[in-house]
Design a protein. Sequence first.
Length: 307
Amino acid sequence: MGQAWGFGRYGGPEVQEFFDRPDPVPGRGEVLIRVDVAGVNPLDHLLRSGLVDGLDGGRPFPRVLGMEAAGTVLARGEDVNGLEVGDAVFGFALTGGGTYTETTVLSAPNTARIPEGLSATVAATLPVAGTTAVDVLDQLGLPAGATVLVNGVGGGVGLAVARLAVGRELRVIGTGSTAKREHAEAIGVRFIDYTAEDVAATARELVPDGFDGIVDLAGGTSLRTVAPLAQDPRNVIAVGDMSVPDLGGRFVERRVDRENLERSARLALDGLLAPVITAVHLLSDAPAALATVENGHTSGKVVIKVA
């Protein structure tokens, strides 16, 4: 029996609750892990709100929040290859087990060993933010010296994209609120503060011929403001706004398999995908951790230290 933070029905923060649950039994293709660190993502509150289908594994309420974690394998289900009891691992809870909890099940094909030298705290940030950064930049395929606009650079995914893009020798312009400036500029981003500047006008001054690529993490009106700044609308890649094809752009093609996790871990070890972790909460403080991300007040990545 272990403590978990989750929700008893779909809705806002008012449906969240702590509860005890037995250790889940790993099913076919799953591993049971002791959770050391869980990552916090906007996807978590979207799932709680009932806005994203198909990631609950058909599990009954109450459901545990969280999609990514790092920890230690305690048991294996059938048909699990490449992972053993005792391995330090990180990955996705794609079958509904959640990660804001003491023990959980991860999908084995979407879980990888943590390489020596990489901390569990860093590893827990890679399944969502790290692999997304790899995916969007691979999809763009821009050469060194090209220009990329990261619209919404201040969050965990945005800073990961920017860090990796700088490592690929791209010129990175990023948009965000005033509070996000420091972390973005620290990794070499030319920052545009949307609360104080006309984003489109400033961006056109900086890159008169248009951007080689745009990575959008803001969506909505903000996406529609920056999309015309691309030289080629097909090189506008959105991470959250599914309407991007209406603008001629594309939605990110996600790869959440073990190979991409391992690649992200190698990049993190090499310092090319080092996450900006700005807050570490205990499980007892999980409500505050998620509230910070849901309210958009955090810069960088928030994690929950469980073990």
